[in-house]
Design a protein around this ligand. Structure first.
Ligand SMILES: Cc1ncc(COP(=O)(O)O)c(C=O)c1O
Length: 372
């Protein structure tokens, strides 16, 4: 089979360019390792899907994944690394159930659809205050300090660092003296991030970290000690911390895949290198958006552009449709924008090759030339 290698990302030629927002592209070396491990894990004669979750092979998988995650995040023993289920949406409920006590208020920055779902879930449980609502400008930016209206003494501030649908992101964590909780589902480990003051960092795996079925949660031990004790056992972070993410039978396969992705990121040069590559990849596409004489309309304001999800459109829905069809004919899949904003979206996570971004950028130039 033919392969080509671009910046450490090997591409088999029987696979097309997958711009899916999630589940999304994974490093091919990880997929190849998984293919072997499904059959026979580390010479044990038993595949990873068939091992007991309490056996020594799986112990090793969990231990290495936790250790590598801590290395990537730059955290030591301050936080528990947990592998949970229920998707990032499950976290929208678990967070207030654990940390929003009666009589307290939690603040939320509503910067997109997912952040809105997070506050709506918190409002079902307690007092959640919307400290910023970006819906008036169709979530085309994340708030400046002046656009954030924090409550007096919030239990925590919840924000979403990268807005998958709108293609916006925070450059740095929002300023607040209270505990911060961040949804990093669509960009976890795509760049270095300052986790200072974060009680909880979480990400559904199926975008930048692995397959669907597991959520990564880094929960500070200090915050966990303050948790409520009136939620069902399975929804308590402490339950999962005490059980080493094995209180119940965990989804070993996606956890193993995520562990392999952590190793891949480290072997490729870590978060600084991911950031360097991601900036260069996104730059290829943003350059076309900026230099097309108005043919394309980017959704995000320039100062808060995501390098993971690039949302844009042309002048008409008909032309958008033609763009997506023509791109598919050129081997590029899943470029259709989210139904809430239409247009196009190119999701170019860590594993997406630079060569693929170049292919898209060249296609975009040609499409503008022939349809402008
Ligand atoms: C930023 C963000 N948060 C949360 C979610 C919801 O994730 P899940 O489907 O794992 O519940 C998504 C899904 O796209 C997302 O992009």
């Amino acid at each position: 089979m033919q392969t080509s290698t671009i910046q450490g990302t090997k591409m088999h030629e029987d696979r097309i360019l997958n711009f899916s927002a999630g589940p999304a592209i994974l490093p091919e070396s990880v997929l190849e390792q998984l293919r072997e491990d499904i059959w026979n894990l580390n010479g044990s004669g038993v595949g990873v899907l068939e091992h007991s979750h309490r056996g020594k092979e799986i112990d090793t998988i969990f231990e290495e994944a936790v250790a590598n995650c801590k290395t990537l995040a730059g955290i030591e023993d301050s936080h528990e690394v947990l592998f949970l289920q229920g998707g990032a949406s499950g976290q929208f409920a678990m967070i207030p159930m654990n940390f929003l006590h009666q009589g307290r208020t939690a603040d939320y920055l509503v910067t997109g659809t997912w952040a809105k779902k997070a506050i709506q879930e918190a409002q079902r449980i307690g007092d959640a205050h919307c400290a910023h609502d970006g819906s008036a400008t169709l979530f085309d930016h994340v708030p400046t300090v002046d656009e954030i209206d924090l409550s007096l003494d919030p239990a925590y501030l919840h924000y979403c660092s990268n807005n998958t649908i709108y293609g916006t992101r925070f450059d740095a964590m929002p300023l607040a003296s209270c505990t911060k909780i961040v949804d990093m589902s669509s960009e976890m480990f795509s760049r270095p991030w300052d986790y200072t003051g974060h009680g909880l960092v979480y990400a559904g795996a199926q975008k930048n970290l692995g397959p669907a079925g597991v959520v990564l949660a880094l929960v500070s031990k200090e915050l966990m000690e303050t948790a409520r004790d009136d939620m069902p056992t399975i929804l308590s972070y402490e339950t999962h911390a005490k059980g080493g993410s094995r209180y119940h039978t965990p989804p070993v396969f996606p956890i193993h895949a995520m562990g392999l992705v952590f190793k891949w990121i480290l072997a490729e040069g870590g978060l600084e290198e991911m950031e360097r590559r991601n900036n260069a990849k996104a730059g290829l596409i943003y350059d076309v958006l900026d230099d097309c004489g108005g043919f394309y309309i980017p959704h995000s304001r320039p100062e808060c552009r995501s390098v993971m999800n690039i949302s844009f459109k042309t002048q008409t829905p008909e032309l958008d449709k033609k763009f997506i069809e023509d791109a598919a004919a050129h081997g590029m899949s899943a470029l259709k924008g989210h139904r809430s904003i239409g247009g196009m979206r190119a999701s170019i996570y860590n594993a997406f090759p630079a060569e693929g971004c170049k292919v898209l950028a060249d296609f975009m130039k040609e499409f503008a030339r022939t349809n402008g």
